[in-house]
Design a protein around this ligand. Structure first.
Ligand code: SF4
Ligand code: SF4
Length: 185
């Protein structure tokens, strides 16, 4: 799966409780399973049919709801239809949204919290991103930038662009061999 939340300690008392939403929203490289579609091995609402032999990336995956105690019960994935992951060693927060509820992130308290994280992210040059399947939307304090469908080999970088009225943050998608990739995010 795409997250590197792997093996972070769990919030005491918090568990999946039959959620299984990550088995739809998160990609699994070993299975060639794209983001936003159910894994063929998922017993939806129950668990993994191949639990003992599931891929390593599934084995080590915990969504942020399980590991971040700042997240309230409202962020339970099965309830909000959003799976939060922390990527790039904490430099990117990603809200994976269920394609069957593509506007779930725009409701409260989710949108307000994404904007608060975006304000905290700017000075650290971190990113807050909404993913709906392969479509990526970068959340900035003053705007949301829809980058459209991401290619397999594309990455998101955010650059400071000088304009006549000051600096503006401009997210963009780039290929790995682009020299700007070295400076991500
Ligand atoms: S999205 Fe989170 S709570 Fe839901 S099954 Fe996956 S790890 Fe468990
Ligand atoms: S292999 Fe199992 S844990 Fe991994 S995505 Fe599929 S159903 Fe989920």
């Amino acid at each position: 799966m795409a997250s590197n939340v792997a093996l972070d300690p769990l919030v005491p008392g918090r568990g999946c409780d039959g959620c299984t939403l990550c088995c739809k929203l998160i990609g699994v490289i070993e299975l060639d399973k794209p983001m936003g579609v159910w894994c063929e091995h998922c017993d939806v609402g129950t668990g993994c049919r191949i639990y003992e032999t599931r891929p390593r990336s599934c084995e080590v995956f915990n969504c942020a709801f399980l590991t971040l105690d700042i997240l309230t019960e409202a962020w339970r994935p099965s309830k909000c239809k959003i799976v939060l992951t922390v990527e790039l060693g904490g430099k990117r927060m990603v809200a994976h949204v269920d394609p069957s509820r593509p506007n779930a992130w725009k409701a409260e308290p989710y949108y307000g919290q994404l904007k608060r994280w975006a304000r905290l992210a700017v000075p650290k040059r971190h990113q807050v991103v909404v993913c709906i399947g392969r479509r990526a939307i970068v959340i900035l304090p003053d705007k949301d930038v829809d980058l459209g469908v991401m290619g397999d080999d594309e990455e998101i970088v955010t650059r400071e662009i000088e304009t006549p009225i000051g600096f503006e943050l401009r997210p963009m998608k780039i290929k790995p061999n682009d020299p700007r990739a070295a400076k991500r995010p």
